[in-house]
Design a binder for this molecule. Structure first.
Ligand code: UD1
Length: 376
């Protein structure tokens, strides 16, 4: 059992990973500024993990939930703030053994119009986090990197050794953080760092209680498609029908977010069990699916029809992006277990039960939350 700090733990991937960690016996401290995450997600993670609801009435239950007291803590805070990070590291007696760093901005288009925000949150935020880790004597870190680093390569599938050639500010910030973490790992003994390069994480927890809840118009295919299925958007625009692929639409490596969450658990286990190291791994299924294949799978699995129209290509897209995930299997015995049908079923379970995401049932905590007790 390790006490793990999750920055961005109220977001899509962070919330699912928090649940997976709680279910394997870890203690979880979430720090999130709720800019693109939601406290309601963490409240539901607590429920799914059998920790009971937040609130004073549940305080006794929380106290019983783990050997050291409450097993899930939520702090509203910004990774760029040393004070907020110090609060998170000190929660419930301190002793954070590892950090999973999900907090960051991730919209490609926005990164081109607001590059300074991306450098500030993604890069400065990680600098502040590493400084806090040094202050608190924690040297184990799992970083959310991205297949976006590989740019528009023609290599299929893509191994970790492929050249890094990001093509937008979002990608440059991910590359900069990878470079910085490589320098940190080389600077002193004891660092245990994993750079996990995600391909296309989609789907939701099978309960339909937690899932992806994008702010505004979704940039990515899967959440857009879910909103079309739910009637919130009229039709899907398929970006390009003339790619050099089987059916002319773009091919991606979609992986179920619970597979990804479990991948983080495995990376943590490996880092903690093995001597200090820097581990760089692709997390993907190794299978490519076109936009139209995903549309068809969603329709078949859920008995729905999705209106779509093929439109022009989106700038910056590539034809095919598929992981070579063999290193992840070799190094940590991980590979995806869930199918495209599982992804479509679970994604729709979330969307149909939560048509407005968490907004229909939002929870706005004030002040600082420690375990079940709210402290202002
Ligand atoms: C995108 C980003 C990538 C980022 C990732 C996660 C770009 C070019 N890439 O990956 O840097 O790491 O999201 O945030 O933005 N598509 C449609 N219609 C839509 C949306 C997408 O046809 O409305 C197509 C795309 O052209 C692509 C596929 O669906 O072929 C997947 O797109 P998306 O979900 O945005 O993921 P990526 O482009 O792979």
């Amino acid at each position: 059992m390790t006490k793990v700090l999750l920055t961005g733990g109220a977001g899509f991937i962070g919330s699912h990973t928090g649940l997976a960690l709680l279910q394997t016996g870890h203690q979880v401290v979430v720090v999130d500024d709720f800019s693109n995450g939601n406290a309601e997600a963490v409240r539901r993670v607590a429920e799914l993990a059998g920790l009971g609801p937040w609130g004073q009435a549940a305080a006794d239950h929380w106290a019983e939930a783990g050997p050291g007291g409450s097993r899930l803590h939520l702090i509203q805070g910004d990774v760029r703030s040393p004070q907020d990070l110090d609060r998170a590291f000190a929660v419930s007696g301190g002793g954070i053994g590892a950090v999973l760093h999900f907090a960051g901005l991730k919209a490609v288009g926005e990164s081109m119009t607001q590059p300074l925000r991306y450098w500030d949150v993604n890069v400065t935020g990680t600098v502040r986090l590493l400084e806090a880790m040094v202050r608190h004597g924690c040297q184990t870190l799992v970083f959310s990197s991205s297949a976006t680093l590989y740019g528009t390569t023609d290599t299929v599938p893509i191994p970790e050794t492929a050249p890094l050639q990001p093509i937008n500010p979002y990608g440059y910030t991910k590359a900069a953080v990878e470079r910085m973490l490589t320098d940190v790992a080389a600077s002193a003994p004891g660092w245990r760092i994993a750079l996990l390069r995600y391909f296309n994480p989609v789907g939701a927890h099978p309960s339909g209680r937690i899932g992806e809840d994008p702010n505004g118009l979704p940039n990515n295919l899967f959440p857009f498609l879910c909103q079309v299925a739910g009637g919130r958007r009229q039709r899907l625009d398929v970006f390009g029908g003339d790619w050099p692929t089987g059916d002319g639409t773009g091919v991606r490596d979609y992986l179920h977010v619970m597979d990804l969450a479990e991948g983080h658990g495995r990376a943590l286990d490996v880092l903690l069990a093995e001597p200090p190291q820097l581990l760089t791994l692709n997390l993907g299924s190794g299978q490519g699916h076109s936009v139209l294949e995903l549309v068809r799978a969603f329709e078949t699995t859920n008995g729905l029809t999705l209106p779509y129209a093929v439109v022009g290509r989106r700038p910056g897209d590539s034809a095919v992006s598929v992981a070579d995930p063999r290193q992840a299997e070799r190094r940590m015995g991980w590979r995806t277990r869930r199918s495209l049908a599982d992804i479509c079923r679970d994604g729709w379970a979330w969307q149909s039960a939560n048509p407005q995401g968490y907004r229909s049932n939002e929870w706005h905590p004030t002040g600082e939350l420690i375990g079940a007790q709210q402290v202002s």
